[in-house]
Ligand binder design. Structure first.
Ligand code: AR6
Length: 179
C-alpha cells in the first residue's frame, strides 16, 4: 500500500530516553512473561515504580508478536503498551510478521484508548538481535499503515537510544518517505 506524504510527517524520530516522553502511551520492548527484564523494559519498570509490575502480574503474559496495555503509574505517559518482539534467528522464522504484529497491536490498543500520541522503543533491536535497518523498515511501515487507516493517534514518535540506531532509523525513514 502506498503511503501518502502527509502520513510520514506524523512520524518523528528522537534520540533519547523513552521513560521521559510526554505522550499518552509508550511502547515497551518486553518479554512474554511481562514481568520485567533488562534494557528498555528495566528502565520503564524502574521509572514507573512497583505498581507497574503488580499490574503486569495480573495479565498472564503475552504472545510474541502481540502487546498488552497497562497504566503508566509514575511515568509521564498515561499508558504503557508492553509489546513482545521476536528473538531474531535468520529472518525466515516468522520474525518479520511477529515484529509487525507488535507495532500493529500497539497502534490498535492506543487507538482503542483514545491516545493521540505514542512513543515506541526499537522493539527487538537490543538483546533480541534484530538487524536494525530491517527492523526499522518493518516498524515504520507498520505504524504508517495504521496511521493511514485512521484513528485517534496523530503523532507516532520513535525513541531511539543512541546515534547508531537513530541514524539507521533516519536513513530508512528518509527512503520510505521519499525525502
Ligand atoms: N529508552 C529508549 N530506548 C532504550 C532505552 C531507553 N531508556 N534503554 C534501552 N533502549 P532491548 P529487545 C533501547 O534489549 O531487543 C529485555 O530484557 C536499546 O538500546 O531493551 O526487544 C526484555 O525483558 C535497543 O535499541 O529489547 C526482553 O527480555 C532497544 O531499546 C528483552 O530485553 C531495545 O533493546 C527484549 O529485547
Amino acid at each position: 500500500m502506498a503511503i501518502d506524504k502527509a502520513i510520514w510527517s506524523k512520524i518523528t524520530l528522537v534520540d533519547g530516553d523513552i521513560t521521559k516522553q510526554n505522550v499518552d502511551a509508550i511502547v515497551n520492548a518486553a518479554n512474554h512473561t511481562l514481568l520485567g527484564g533488562g534494557g528498555v523494559d528495566g528502565a520503564i519498570h524502574r521509572a514507573a515504580g512497583p505498581e507497574l509490575l503488580a499490574e503486569c502480574r495480573t495479565l498472564g503474559g503475552c504472545a510474541t508478536g502481540s502487546a498488552k496495555l497497562t497504566k503508566g503509574y509514575r511515568l509521564p505517559a498515561k499508558y504503557v503498551i508492553h509489546a513482545v518482539g521476536p528473538v531474531y534467528n535468520d529472518g525466515h522464522h516468522g520474525e518479520p510478521e511477529r515484529l509487525a504484529g507488535c507495532y500493529r497491536t500497539a497502534m490498535d490498543l492506543a487507538n482503542q484508548h483514545g491516545c493521540t500520541s505514542i512513543a515506541f522503543a526499537a522493539i527487538s533491536c537490543g538483546v533480541y538481535g534484530y538487524p536494525i535497518a530491517d527492523a526499522a523498515r518493518i516498524a515504520l511501515t507498520s505504524v504508517a499503515e495504521k496511521l493511514a487507516a485512521g484513528g485517534s493517534v496523530e503523532e507516532a514518535r520513535f525513541v531511539l537510544f543512541g546515534q547508531p540506531v537513530f541514524g539507521q532509523f533516519q536513513a530508512v525513514l528518509d527512503e520510505l518517505a521519499g525525502v
